[in-house]
Design a protein around this ligand. Structure first.
Ligand code: HEM
Length: 133
């Protein structure tokens, strides 16, 4: 499965690591999103490694990521505008770093996950309890 996706999309762990590093370099310079990350992430290398593992699982189906993103976002000061901005930066970076098929592959998955994270953040705000499912 992973080999088939790699052959079709041009993605592999090295490309995804490059994507993650280039993306968060942009995020950190962004006047809106940068400060939200800066207030919470003091040690970037482990975050970048975790995000590379996450993208390996999501894009290549390697099953390497075992975290839980929803509770990490539930309390953040973010709404639709932040997710739209995050996605715009992600798409722009993917277009630079990946093949066109690879960029479409990761962007589609990022949009799907952003939608469910956004719902979870809204849900946590309404109920006061993060939706952990
Ligand atoms: C408004 C946009 C977003 C902001 C401000 C944001 C912010 C953050 C922050 C600050 C962390 C670190 C949390 C911590 O360690 O305490 C984090 C972790 C993470 N984020 Fe986001 N995020 C956003 C959108 C997204 C999207 C769209 C995805 C997926 C496509 C995503 C995936 C993740 C993952 C996988 C982690 C690591 C969770 C873990 O510890 O295993 N984030 N994010």
């Amino acid at each position: 499965m992973t080999a088939e996706i790699e052959a079709r999309t041009g993605l592999d762990d090295d490309v995804l690591r490059h994507l993650v590093h280039a993306f968060y370099a942009r995020i950190r310079q962004d006047p809106v999103l940068g400060p939200i990350f800066a207030a919470r992430i003091y040690d970037w290398p482990p975050h970048l490694e975790r995000m590379t593992t996450f993208w390996s699982s999501v894009a290549l189906m390697t099953g390497r990521y075992h975290g839980a993103p929803v509770p990490k976002h539930a309390g953040l000061p973010i709404d639709r505008t932040h997710f739209d901005r995050w996605l715009a930066l992600f798409r722009a970076t993917a277009d630079e770093v990946c093949t066109p098929v690879g960029a479409a592959h990761v962007a589609e998955r990022a949009e799907r996950i952003a939608r469910s994270l956004h719902l979870a953040v809204q849900d946590a705000r309404t109920t006061g309890v993060p939706n952990l499912t």
